[in-house]
Design a binder for this molecule. Structure first.
Ligand code: TXA
Ligand code: MG
Length: 313
């Protein structure tokens, strides 16, 4: 299959209307989209990514009204989060409406919905004239793509189209919040922080696999990992220099030589650069990446979540 590269949201949307797959930018990471009402198209997403079929997809909308079509009920907490954070890097899990096919939700009676805050994504979604389901546009298990070139690296020849945008702003995936029960549960931390969510609904909790029954199937799968080994370091002295080693963090390591180095001036920049750095290290044949840990507040919680997952083997 030839993968068409385009900067035109209308051209990119044409492939969705024809039942194909288009990768598109959002403010978080690039997504791999299909028409939510086309089961055959959705099946192609799972095949192209090598995604386990028990991992549900997020529905992306260009207009708030579409959320009502996809869900049976917008709960009180969900309504508050929509008012405060939509459009934005936040996904709300709600009871799905009967029209949403089960292949989109991996058999669940719930659906994650999100409205990206991204001008090009918005134009694309409106041109599709349908909600679009989209996981991150990477091969399953690899770091999510934050530049269109990373989508190309993973999926060229396997999908119909890549809508070429700028590098994504946030660099980590959206915050996923289960809004079904009385207490909203953060299933995946992201750019909208727990502090921001609690300012709107104070009871909001972080879901922990140990304390509750499994909620988000995707969380059990391996995620965000480069081929290189990732080692998290609290004290800089534990990083070992070498041509096949890399270092990423907030503080420089004076006098050390690495094959790849990224010093970030803020936690936001660290989050923004993480996945691209992982891919760059793999391209250069790096074997071990040392990553400095950060404080788990604001986007630091999401960054530490991705770092811990990448370090898990
Ligand atoms: O920022 C993002 O969320 C990006 C962009 C493209 O929007 N998308 C993304 O999708 O990261 P994906 O499929 O890579 O991750 C979605 C996560 C998975 O962990 C999945 O299990 C969870 O959200 N999820 C989706 N629908 C769910 C549902 N109905 N119930 C519980 N978890 C759900
Ligand atoms: Mg993903």
């Amino acid at each position: 299959m030839k993968t068409v590269l385009t900067k035109s949201p209308e051209e990119a949307a044409r492939f969705i209307k024809l039942g194909g797959l288009t990768a598109f930018p959002t403010e978080t990471v690039y997504g791999l989209g299909a028409d939510i009402f086309n089961e055959k198209a959705i099946q192609k997403i799972f095949i192209a990514k090598g995604r386990p079929s028990d991992n549900p997809l997020i529905a992306h909308v260009g207009r708030l009204e579409d959320i009502e079509k996809l869900t049976k009920k917008i709960t009180n907490s969900a309504q508050k989060f929509i008012t405060a954070f939509f459009p934005g890097p936040l996904t709300l899990v709600l009871p799905k409406s009967a029209s949403v096919p089960l292949i989109a939700t991996a058999g669940l009676e719930t659906i994650g919905v999100r409205m990206p805050k991204h001008a090009l994504a918005n134009k694309f979604l409106l041109a599709c004239e349908t909600p679009v389901v989209a996981p991150s546009a990477n091969i399953s298990g690899k770091p999510s793509p934050t530049i269109w070139e990373a989508v190309y690296e993973d999926l060229n020849g396997k999908i119909d189209c890549i809508l070429q945008g700028e590098p994504t702003e946030v660099g980590l995936e959206s915050t996923v919040v289960d809004c079904i029960g009385d207490v909203p549960l953060i299933l995946r931390p992201g750019a909208v922080s727990i502090e921001q969510l609690r300012a709107v609904v104070p009871q909001t909790k972080i879901y922990t696999a140990e304390s509750e029954s499994p909620k988000s199937p995707g969380l059990k799968h391996r995620h965000y990992s480069p081929a290189a080994r990732v080692i998290l370091i609290d004290t800089l002295q534990t990083a070992i220099s070498g041509e096949l080693n890399a270092y990423m963090g907030l503080e420089p390591l004076p006098g050390q030589q690495f094959g790849c180095v990224k010093i970030c001036s803020s936690v936001d920049e660290y989050a923004h650069a993480l996945f691209t750095f992982f891919r760059e290290c793999d391209q250069r044949g790096i074997k071990t990446i040392y990553c400095q840990t950060v404080t788990e507040t604001g986007i630091g919680l999401a960054l530490m979540d991705r770092l811990k997952r990448a370090a898990q083997r």
